[in-house]
Design a protein around this ligand. Structure first.
Ligand code: UDP
Ligand code: MG
Length: 315
C-alpha cells in the first residue's frame, strides 16, 4: 500500500564489453529507450571494459560524461566475461541487477517483464531463456548441446542450454553470488548453486548486431571444461570403475582358465596365471588411484569455501 510513496527502485544494468566499439552506441540507445519508458524505476548502466583493444573505453568515457547514469570499470587486460560480470555486480548499487551482452543479443524489450517478475510476482530472479541458435554456427550448436548434456549428468546441476547470463536478480541473490569467492568462476553453475526462485521468459536468439563473437571453438572447449571441473569431481574418480572392471576381469579370467584346465585335465598355463596377476595388479592400482582421487576431490571442494547454506528470507 505504501508502495506509491516509497522510493523508486533502482536497476543496475551490467554490461561486460570486450572490443564492442561497433555495438555500444546502439546498445546504449536501445536499452535506455526501454528503461526510460519504465517510470517506476531509476537505473544505472555499469559497463565493464574487459581490456578491449579497440575504442570501447573511449566510447564508455564519452557515455559516462554525457549521461551520469553511465558508469564504467576498465580492466588492465582481458580477464574474461566471468571476471567482468563479477566486477559489475560488485560495483553495482541497484536493488536489482541485470546482466546483458553488449551486442543486443539480449533484447532490452524484456526488461519491463523481468522487472515485474522480480518486483511484483515474488521471484528472486527472472531470466531470458534463449530459444534456437540462429546466430550460432552449426558446429558450435552441436558442441554446445553435447556439452550441456554431459555437464548435466556429471554435475547434477541445472545448467541447460539457453539459460544464460541474461537475468535480472534481486540484491539477496546478487549478494549470494558475490559471496561465492571461488577463483575459477563458472556463472551458470553458480546461479544453479545459489538457488532462489527463478522465472523464465523465452526469447528468440538473434545474430549479434555488429562485430564478431568473442568465442572460438578452443575457448568454448576450455569454458566447457571449466564448467565441469568447477562443479564436478566425477572425472577424478573415474579410475574407480576401471579398477573394478580390471579386478573382476582378472578373477573371471582365472576362474575360466581353471575350469577349462579342469575339464581338459591339464595344468593351468603360466601365461594364464601371469595375465590374471597383471590384470589384478593393474586393477588394484586403479582402485588406489580412485581413493587418492576421492580424497583430492574432498580437498578440492573444501578449498572453494562455498557457503554451507544461503538464506532467502528471515525476520
Ligand atoms: N565478453 C567479455 N570478455 C570476453 C569475451 C566476451 O566481456 O573475454 C563480453 C562481450 O563483449 C559481450 C558478452 O561478453 O558483451 C558476450 O560475448 P559474445 O557476444 O562474444 O558471446 P556470444 O554471444 O557469442 O556467446
Ligand atoms: Mg553475443
Amino acid at each position: 500500500m505504501t508502495e506509491m510513496t516509497m522510493e523508486k527502485k533502482k536497476i543496475s544494468v551490467i554490461v561486460p564489453c570486450y572490443n564492442e566499439e561497433e555495438t555500444l552506441q546502439a546498445f546504449y540507445r536501445e536499452t535506455t529507450k526501454v528503461l526510460n519508458t519504465m517510470e517506476e524505476i531509476t537505473y544505472e548502466l555499469m559497463f565493464v571494459d574487459d581490456g578491449s583493444a579497440d575504442c570501447t573505453l573511449e566510447i564508455l568515457r564519452g557515455l559516462s560524461e554525457e549521461d551520469s547514469r553511465c558508469h564504467y570499470i576498465s580492466f588492465s587486460r582481458n580477464f574474461g566475461k566471468e571476471a567482468g560480470m563479477y566486477a559489475g555486480l560488485k560495483e553495482s548499487t541497484g536493488d536489482y541487477c541485470v546482466i546483458m551482452d553488449a551486442d543486443l543479443q539480449h533484447p532490452p524489450t524484456l526488461l519491463p517483464q523481468m522487472y515485474r517478475a522480480v518486483h511484483e510476482e515474488g521471484y528472486d530472479c527472472c531470466g531470458g531463456k534463449r530459444c534456437g541458435r540462429d546466430g550460432d554456427g552449426i558446429l558450435r550448436s552441436i558442441f554446445s548441446r553435447a556439452f550441456y548434456h554431459v555437464s548435466k549428468g556429471l554435475t547434477h546441476m541445472d545448467m541447460s542450454d539457453g539459460y544464460g547470463d541474461f537475468r535480472m536478480m534481486n540484491r539477496t541473490m546478487v549478494e549470494a553470488i558475490l559471496n561465492m569467492q571461488e577463483y575459477n568462476r563458472y556463472m551458470k553453475g553458480i546461479y544453479s548453486f545459489v538457488g532462489f526462485r527463478t522465472k523464465w521468459i523465452e526469447f528468440q536468439n538473434v545474430e549479434r548486431q555488429q562485430g564478431v563473437s568473442k568465442w572460438s571453438i578452443k575457448s568454448l572447449f576450455s569454458y566447457a571444461m571449466e564448467g565441469i571441473l568447477a562443479f564436478s569431481t566425477t572425472p577424478l574418480k573415474l579410475a574407480g570403475a576401471t579398477g573394478i572392471l580390471l579386478v573382476m576381469g582378472a578373477i573371471l579370467y582365472l576362474i575360466v582358465s581353471l575350469v577349462i584346465c579342469g575339464v581338459k585335465a591339464q595344468a593351468v598355463s603360466g601365461f594364464s596365471v601371469l595375465l590374471s596377476v597383471v590384470l589384478l595388479l593393474a586393477g588394484v592400482q586403479m582402485l588406489f588411484l580412485y581413493i587418492i582421487g576421492a580424497y583430492l576431490s574432498k580437498d578440492y571442494m573444501e578449498n572453494k569455501k562455498r557457503p554451507l547454506y544461503i538464506v532467502r528470507e528471515e525476520r
